[in-house]
Design a protein around this ligand. Structure first.
Ligand code: NDP
Ligand code: MG
Length: 391
């Protein structure tokens, strides 16, 4: 059970859920970071008497500094400031920045020997092999915060690794699970961020609506648990009560269930290897009533198929997929791209990257970040073609 915690992305949805848990216990908060929300970060740093507060966006530094004047909190900014926050001496570093931007600060945490609780799945999509290798070389444990992976982590404890036949991640299906193709063509960003079961940041909410989130999670699981792509599967489960299932060679299937609340997997990471006793919302099965499962529709939700292909292809494909998806989501939120334009643009960027030879496995994190950069510029170049189709 840890007593001191740092949070990358403290002002976000996962950061907020983590801080809710910290309020219930006797924790020391070492470092808190944000991108640019100086007001929220300063309020949190004051409340938790943080040792360090870091903003990634250097233009937010003067405001943060002013807001924390007279406190003991050290205020830092930019890539070096973020690395300093990650490396600061805490028992656990909760990595909850959204997107590829979380990779460098999380790696800085590994390099300083921090145990990492990972919510930022994009780290593993951008540079999965390198990320896990760095963790192993530093002897650092990576505890999964993502609810499905947290469930897999728990279910894997029920048998030997050689006995694992299949790992299935559940997906709620998002807000558009039952929507027709025609209706999907005109959904708005406001509709896409309204998730039926979880309250999350905008990017992951839209990823849940396209099912790209589940695709990113397949890639996350592949590297986190060192599984073969053929061992990974997805099932749609609208209630979000069963989070993942592990099938063993003897036919036994171990599933993990919990009320859908991210504080449960976060609490698992804070408590591990013990179990944290807190006032967790309890699963009430009679109230849930029925649990429903169905196969995903890869045709209505092509993002899941694109991610599956990238998972099987490996190398740089997941990285390019992720970068293109981040650009596509920004464009969708800015109403420059339709909902179905998201997988359309991602597919076009993957094709261009294949043609121009950018799908090889990166040998270093810097190489991976260079490919991320190139894929974003491809996406920006191709965007107008797709944007024209957005109504
Ligand atoms: P939010 O958008 O709510 O929060 C993102 C956080 O990251 C904020 O603190 C934000 O700071 C910071 N941030 C954003 N961009 C940058 C950047 N370029 N550099 C540094 N910091 C940045 O996201 P979520 O909490 O929803 O998700 C975080 C991660 O956790 C994602 O990878 C997501 O996939 C994963 N996850 C989330 C779940 C959820 O329930 N929300 C569930 C499972 C996984 P600021 O406030 O200043 O913008
Ligand atoms: Mg998840």
């Amino acid at each position: 059970m840890v007593k001191s915690v740092s949070i990358l992305g403290a002002t976000g949805s996962i950061g907020t859920s983590t801080l809710d848990l910290l309020r219930e216990g006797d924790y020391r908060v070492v470092a808190l970071t944000a991108n640019s929300d100086a007001k929220k970060l300063a309020a949190l740093a004051r409340e938790f008497d943080a040792e360090i507060a870091a903003v990634s966006d250097e233009s937010a530094f003067p405001e943060l500094k002013a807001l924390l004047a007279g406190t003991r909190t050290k205020v830092v900014a930019g890539p070096e400031g973020m690395a300093e926050a990650s490396a600061a001496d805490s028992e656990i570093l909760l990595s909850a920045i959204v997107g590829a931007a979380g990779l460098a600060p999380t790696m800085a945490g590994f390099n300083a020997g921090r145990k990492v609780a990972l919510a930022n799945k994009e780290c593993l999509v951008v540079a999965g092999r390198l990320f896990m290798r760095a963790a192993q070389e530093q002897g650092v444990t990576v505890l999964p915060v993502d609810s499905e992976h947290n469930a897999v982590f728990q279910a894997l404890a029920c048998g030997k690794r050689e006995a694992v036949a299949k790992v299935t991640l559940t997906a709620s299906g998002g807000p558009f699970r039952a929507m027709s193709r025609e209706r999907l063509a005109v959904v708005t960003p406001e509709e896409a961020v309204r998730h039926p079961n979880w309250s999350m940041g905008a990017k992951i909410s839209i990823d849940s609506a396209t099912l790209m989130n589940k695709g990113l999670e397949l890639i996350e699981a592949r590297y986190l648990f060192d599984l073969d792509p053929a061992q990974l599967d997805v099932v749609i489960h609208p209630q979000s009560v069963v989070h993942a299932l592990v099938e063993f060679h003897d036919g036994a299937v171990v599933a993990q269930m919990a009320h859908p609340d991210m504080r449960i997997p976060i609490g698992f990471c804070l408590g591990w290897p013990e179990r944290l006793a807190w006032n967790a919302p309890k699963l009430d099965l009679p109230r849930v009533g029925a649990l429903h499962f169905e196969a995903p529709d890869y045709e209505r939700f092509p993002a899941l198929q694109l991610a599956r292909n990238a998972l099987e292809q490996g190398g740089g494909a997941p990285n390019v997929l992720n970068a293109a998806n981040e650009v596509a989501i920004e464009a969708f939120r800015a109403r420059r791209l339709s909902f179905q334009g998201i997988p359309g643009l991602v597919e076009a960027v993957l094709e261009k990257a294949a043609k121009e030879g950018y799908l090889a496995e990166a040998n270093t994190v810097n190489d991976a970040l260079r490919v991320d950069h190139v894929a974003r510029s491809f996406a920006a170049t191709l965007l107008p073609q797709f944007a024209a189709k957005a109504s």
